[in-house]
Design a protein around this ligand. Structure first.
Ligand SMILES: Nc1ncnc2c1ncn2[C@@H]1O[C@H](COP(=O)(O)OP(=O)(O)O)[C@@H](O)[C@H]1O
Ligand SMILES: CC(C)(COP(=O)(O)O)[C@@H](O)C(=O)NCCC(=O)O
Length: 323
């Protein structure tokens, strides 16, 4: 059972979640078909992730089945509103948010969900956008003294991200998103992702479940990106495990991405293991851990579904919102 929220007075508030272990969750796949093979999974798996065929079948196929029910129910709900307004129903994309810490494996989760949805019988068109494209460029972050705060809410152009998501949801024919490069550690000038009225949009990023900001003129909070989500997933793990995955990934990146002279981290390519661990731990402790504790973890309770990973990077338990 999921923990009950404790309150300072009175009986505990019942949790809106039901928590299942992996075996019980796996049964909920029912007859949902598997269309991915080992090569697809290899292609979709991020560096350091342990995703395998069993995890896709036991964890992600039940999610895909649930999402197909949500998608149909959401379309019907939308129809109710347009009928009520006596308007002609315009198609609106189904939006899914994927949140969680740096190095927890959000991008693998987002890619696998996108791929499974593409293979539904209805063959929906699916786009995937990561929020790093909405980070301010390094030049702006430097000017504002925010280079050590990359990934914190204030390091993003939140208005542009909100505009992007709301325009896609409104069914705009063509909406553009900027592109970030992990290699150069900056926004790529003149490059954009063009989103053309997909049936489904997956939005992945650290801060996609952030609550709305207080309005500067005191008129109360405005809209948040998550207000446009029809479903959201938070990828969760113990902070000590995530830190270890971050450091291990940093060590492997020395031989791959950092070896590229274009890489922002190229100077770390030739570091010894000990020195590389020191650098990775320093970046983790000074940027990513405080961001996780202050900004990301507090948004977990806003997710529809929480995937709880064990020390081996595998999803061991699933928590689904039912209230
Ligand atoms: N310095 C880097 N150079 C190249 N690729 C990177 C670097 N840091 C992260 N990546 C890649 O970027 C992707 C997103 O990483 P991250 O934001 O940590 O999210 P997550 O691990 O939750 O998917 C991952 O596929 C990761 O391997
Ligand atoms: C680019 C990121 C902020 C992630 O962005 P997201 O796509 O989640 O919005 C993050 O991967 C990052 O680079 N953080 C800065 C500290 C570090 O180098 O790990």
């Amino acid at each position: 059972m999921p923990p009950m929220a404790s309150s300072p007075s009175g009986p505990p508030i019942p949790s809106p979640y039901v928590e299942l272990d992996r075996d019980d969750w796996a049964r909920l796949r029912d007859q949902h078909p598997m269309h991915l093979d080992a090569a697809d999974i290899e292609r979709l798996r991020g560096l350091g992730d342990r995703l395998d065929m069993a995890e896709v079948e036991q964890v992600y196929l039940p999610i895909s089945r649930l999402l197909s029910f949500y998608e149909r129910a959401t379309a019907r709900l939308h129809q109710v509103t347009t009928d009520f307004l006596d308007e002609r129903a315009a198609r609106t994309p189904f939006l899914i948010g994927v949140a969680g810490s740096v190095a927890v494996g959000k991008s693998t989760t987002a890619r696998i969900l996108a791929e499974l949805i593409r293979r539904w019988d209805t063959r929906p068109s699916v786009e995937l956008v990561t929020t790093d494209g909405f980070l301010h460029a390094n030049a702006v972050l430097e000017r504002r003294g925010l280079m050590g705060r990359k990934g914190f809410p204030e390091s993003y152009d939140r208005r542009a991200l909100l505009r992007f998501v709301s325009e896609v949801k409104a069914g705009r024919a063509e909406v553009r998103a900027p592109v970030y490069s992990h290699l150069v550690y900056d926004i790529v000038p003149d490059e954009q992702i063009v989103v053309r009225r997909p049936d489904v949009l997956v939005v992945e990023g650290l801060n996609v479940l952030q609550p709305p900001r207080a309005h500067p003129n005191g008129r109360g909070p405005g809209l948040a990106v998550s207000d446009f989500f029809d479903f959201s997933v938070y990828v969760d793990a113990h902070v000590g495990d995530i830190k270890r995955w971050y450091v291990e990934r940093f060590l492997s990146l020395r031989r791959t991405a950092f070896a590229d002279p274009e890489s922002h981290f190229h100077r770390y390519a030739s570091l010894s293991d000990e020195a590389a661990v020191d650098v990775a731990v320093d970046i983790w402790d000074s940027i990513n851990a405080p961001n996780l504790m202050e900004n990301i973890l507090p948004t977990r309770s806003r997710a529809t579904l929480v995937l709880l990973k064990g020390p081996e990077h595998t999803v061991d338990r699933v928590r689904l919102r039912r209230l």
